[in-house]
Design a protein around this ligand. Structure first.
Ligand code: WTA
Length: 643
């Protein structure tokens, strides 16, 4: 089944922006003269001063990545101002509320005005170019307005997903010393309310850098407002002009920071700059989704993740698209919600995560078939490997075997899609992200960094830069080099493993580091461990991923309690609640096993390989355990495996 090939249908190729011949021509043009290729592509965004320098990249030494470095622009102009003459009255954002009876449409002209008003108010509050602004908002139009207003005044936004706890919010604000926080009274998800302002108030107890808080009224729920610090969005922006001079930004001036999990306990502030990121967002959104003027495009991600940044806001708006923002969840009020929304807004392009597909598959075809999906043209997948069963269900049931599926591989660090089929050019294989986009140079290496040829399996690296690549880790350039460029000299290491088949197609197998992917959300096992050991009853903890039918991976925690503490069900529940409170609900452990001892080497290093196997019930081939300080603990753990 995994080797099915779904050829590009001739009628799709005939109408696509890019067919196989065009793709081949792009690949050849980029190989022959990369600067000329990107000089052509850079015109897809609006420049105040066009760059003359295209690329200056060194993956060695201190690592330096620059694209279009002498260009000057403002990202909000590409997304708003330049569309006003041609599509001012076109809908820019369709907002669909958590409640199926609530929606709104915002035109490019209205969006421009709302962004300018907030940008003016931000300047009045003292926000300047280079200042960091934290955004902690639900999926409401204000989230896009806030992002673009930051871009307008040259402030660097740092969005924190609304599902993160006060502690997680606070540590992210502190790391980049944000001076302004933009939040809402409450969020809504699946009929429940999320107390964003109350969480923010708690977080701000430990954030001395924050001078002002802007609060959007969303649910109307009661919140505390601190005199002098907190401002209601509407009152603050009411008297402001609907025009605002955009800040001229160098192409390499930062656009945003987005925190993401890595192998260590502390999330990294991934930094993206303006010019290259915008070119990449536009290039990939238009080509991968074969976006055509007038189409309705829906990416179901949250703006708190990179997918929401690039494929709800910057990419679609740069391309003058109509982008749908959804506040709710796929399962509420029922499991037909995605398809009900597709029918209601006549969605043409739909982009979601495998975890959602797998969850909906369980209910069979009924909830899908109930709704009209005839406007759908392209389906996309992102965030984790999509298993062939889920791929085929998506293709057959949701797309009626009519819509190509683009399985898009990329990362917060890559800014946008790197490996994906182009729907009119590349035959699909269920479960494979297929081929790199023109201009992208992936390779597989063994653990020593030797390049592997042909059909093989190895560590996925990128041999050269692309415009959307992250430039640094905020405030820690040494860690940037260390994390991504030191494992394999002169290459960007993705942290993923992959297989390449005889057709050159890539099959991403998952993370090879201590990062797990839970329902498409990246989670550092070390983060969950530090949350657990912060509990007074816990002496030690080791966290690994375990296979999970819906979420792809679940969180499995081995916990050693302090001497004298009794291992009870009550304590187990308490620890689960504790982690939710420390990090947020996305970090909820799926299983906690009491571990009187952990398998360690004689030098004290925990052997995670063994713990992963036990959690996965793969205890047959545990490999060499002779280097363990106490081999006896392994059998003890196997015997007491939970779930
Ligand atoms: C995984 C999300 C397989 C991968 C855009 C990567 C995928 C991590 C795919 C990045 C895909 C993302 N197939 N795996 N199509 N897309 N991944 O930073 O392990 O939240 O390294 O970015 O998700 O997650 P991040």
């Amino acid at each position: 089944m995994a080797d099915d090939i779904i050829a590009v249908k001739p009628e799709i190729a005939a109408k696509a922006r890019i067919d196989a011949a065009k793709r081949a021509a792009m690949v050849a043009a980029e190989a022959k003269d990369p600067d000329a290729f990107w000089r052509g592509e850079m015109t897809r965004i609006a420049w105040m001063k066009e760059p003359t320098k295209i690329k200056a990249v060194d993956f060695n030494g201190d690592v330096s990545i620059k694209w279009f470095e002498d260009g000057v622009l403002n990202a909000s102009v590409s997304c708003l101002d330049r569309h006003l003459a041609t599509r001012g009255d076109q809908v820019a954002i369709i907002w669909e509320g958590d409640d199926p009876n609530s929606d709104a449409k915002v035109t490019y002209r209205e969006l421009h005005a709302r962004v300018c008003k907030l940008a003016n108010a931000m300047r009045r509050l003292g926000v300047k170019k280079g200042d960091r602004v934290c955004i902690y908002l639900p999926m409401i139009v204000e989230a896009a307005v806030a992002m673009l207003a930051c871009a307008r005044v040259g402030a660097i936004h740092s969005i924190v997903f609304g599902g993160f706890s006060p502690d997680s919010l606070s540590s992210r604000i502190q790391d980049s010393e944000c001076t302004l926080l933009i939040t809402a009274d409450e969020g809504r998800r699946g009929g429940r309310k999320v107390p964003l302002k109350a969480n923010a108030d708690e977080a701000l107890l430990t954030c001395p850098s924050i001078r002002h808080v802007v609060v959007a009224k969303n649910t109307g729920g009661k919140v505390d407002m601190m005199e002098g610090r907190d401002h209601w969005w509407d009152a603050l922006t009411e008297g402001e002009a609907a025009v605002c001079e955009p800040e001229p930004m160098g192409a390499e001036d930062p656009l945003f920071i987005l925190y993401t999990s890595g192998s260590t306990g502390k999330p990294k502030g991934v930094l993206h700059t303006t010019g290259g990121y915008m070119v990449w967002a536009s290039y990939t959104h238009q080509n991968v989704f074969d976006y055509r003027d007038g189409e309705i495009y829906w990416c179901t991600a949250d703006v708190g993740w990179v997918t929401g940044h690039t494929y709800i806001v910057y990419g679609p708006l740069a391309n003058g698209a109509t982008t749908l923002m959804f506040e709710g969840v796929p399962s509420w009020p029922d499991n037909g919600r995605f398809w009900q929304v597709c029918a209601k807004h006549k969605v043409n392009i739909f982009y979601t995560a495998p975890t959602a597909i797998r969850a909906l598959m369980r209910d069979g075809e009924g909830p899908v078939k109930k709704h009209d999906r005839s406007t759908l043209r392209i389906l996309g997948s992102v965030g984790e490997p999509i298993n062939p069963e889920a791929w085929l269900w998506y293709y057959r049931v949701v797309g009626d075997e009519r819509c190509p599926i683009v399985d898009t591989w990329w990362q917060t660090e890559t800014g946008g899609i790197l490996i994906s089929p182009l729907p009119g050019a590349v035959a699909q294989k269920p479960g494979s992200a297929t081929l790199p986009l023109p201009g992208v140079k992936p390779a597989l290496v063994d653990n020593e960094g030797n390049l592997l040829d042909g059909a093989t399996e190895g560590n996925l690296v990128l041999l050269d830069s692309w415009p959307g690549q992250m430039r640094t880790i905020y405030g820690d350039h040494a860690r940037f080099g260390q994390t991504y460029f030191s494992t394999f000299k002169g290459m960007y290491f993705t942290g993923d493993g992959a297989r390449r088949d005889a057709d050159g197609y890539y099959w991403i197998t998952g993370r090879v580091d201590d990062v797990i992917n839970v329902a498409g959300h990246r989670m550092g096992t070390a983060e969950v461990e530090s949350a657990l050991v912060a509990h007074p009853a816990v002496a030690e903890a080791a966290v690994v991923g375990m296979p999970h039918e819906i979420k792809g991976q679940g969180i499995y925690a081995y916990v050693t309690l302090k001497a004298g503490v009794e291992a009870t069900e009550v304590l187990r529940k308490e620890l689960v609640a504790w982690v939710r409170k420390e990090i947020g609900p996305i970090a909820t452990p799926d299983a906690i096993q009491w571990a009187p001892g952990l398998p360690k080497t004689r030098s004290g290093k925990i052997m995670r390989r063994i713990l992963r196997k036990i959690a996965a019930n793969e205890t047959e081939g545990l490999g060499d355990t002779s280097t363990l300080a106490d081999p006896g603990v392994v059998q003890e753990l196997i015997d007491n495996k939970v779930g």
